[in-house]
Design a protein. Structure first.
Length: 318
């Protein structure tokens, strides 16, 4: 069979068959090495959509190079990264590809971003912040809620601004919990190549809830330390006094971010998220929505305050 006779299969399968055809004349040793590489690549290509993951052997080689560079850093300084991040991020090529995607295929920038992100994550103890360690008081306030998906299967994270009052006592904890939640959504979407949606519910907000400085700081940290995955940012029910401020702030963002931002009302919302997937407080903001949480969560007095970034004298702020 010559190259023109290769069946019309998917892009990755055709690529594999061309390599098999080209290698027929090579030595047995070369073939053994080749099939070892193919064995590693095929499960990864099947694992996620070829549209957004590793499309070519060359790209796979770049991810391997990034991984090896980061692992070498670990060997040279075993305290550089948290061990959980070494196992769950550095050793996962799918995860590394999300960083690679954020840096538009630049190996150097990807390595630097992963390094900085993981150092920051270790400093803030993000790898150890799981749903079980979040204080019960945070769940009961109900400012941050993950609920169902959009039409494309991306997880939706709701931020109910009317319940968010950032103070110097709560700022660090709120930031850690938000970033931990974002990373959890990114990890949740890896296997099926899905992302996540940030839904800012501005229903019934007051001027006291509108802190643009805090919002821009959170954006700066997200932009610097998190990989690709954010599909949409929704601003819902924006009050008249916040529209100009928000739209002026959005205009300052890079074009890649402006493209994913949507200002929506209730009718427009259903074009993005199925009605049955919307939480009940969207249809009726007056109802009490109980945020689900693990049975073994503790109140703030019995939580690891250092893990959450809370000083002992500040816990009453929660």
């Amino acid at each position: 069979m010559n190259e023109d006779e290769i069946p019309n299969k998917g892009k990755n399968e055709r690529m594999m068959q061309r390599y098999e055809y080209d290698l027929k004349a090579r030595s047995v040793a070369d073939l053994q090495f080749y099939f070892k590489v193919v064995k590693m690549i095929r499960p990864l290509i099947r694992r996620v959509s070829s549209k957004n993951f590793i499309n070519t052997v060359d790209e796979y080689a770049l991810i391997v190079h990034i991984q090896e560079t980061l692992l070498k850093m670990c060997e040279e300084d075993q305290d550089l990264f948290d061990e959980l991040d070494v196992q769950n991020i550095i050793k996962d090529k799918v995860y590394l590809h999300r960083f690679f995607d954020r840096q538009n295929g630049s190996v150097t920038k990807t390595v630097e971003m992963v390094k900085e992100a993981l150092i920051w994550r270790k400093e803030k103890r993000i790898p150890h912040i799981t749903p079980e360690v979040v204080p019960r008081e945070i769940y009961e306030v109900g400012a941050i809620i993950q609920h169902e998906t959009d039409y494309e299967g991306n997880a939706v994270l709701y931020f109910r601004a009317k319940y968010a009052f950032v103070t110097k006592e709560t700022r660090e904890c709120g930031l850690r919990l938000m970033i931990a939640a974002v990373y959890a959504l990114i990890e949740q979407g890896l296997a099926q190549d899905k992302g996540w949606v940030l839904f800012n519910d501005l229903t019934d907000v007051t001027m006291a809830n509108c802190n643009i400085v805090e919002a821009l700081n959170a954006f700066r940290i997200y932009h610097k330390y998190t990989p690709a995955g954010l599909k949409k940012v929704i601003f819902y029910n924006v009050p008249w006094f916040a529209k100009h401020i928000l739209k002026s702030s959005v205009a300052l963002l890079p074009s890649e971010w402006r493209k994913v931002i949507h200002f929506l009302n209730k009718n427009e919302l259903k074009k993005i998220i199925p009605a049955e997937n919307l939480p009940s407080f969207i249809a009726d903001p007056t109802i009490t929505f109980k945020t689900p949480y693990p049975a073994d969560v503790k109140d703030i007095d019995h939580c690891d305050l250092d893990l959450l970034g809370v000083k002992n004298e500040d816990k009453d702020a929660f």
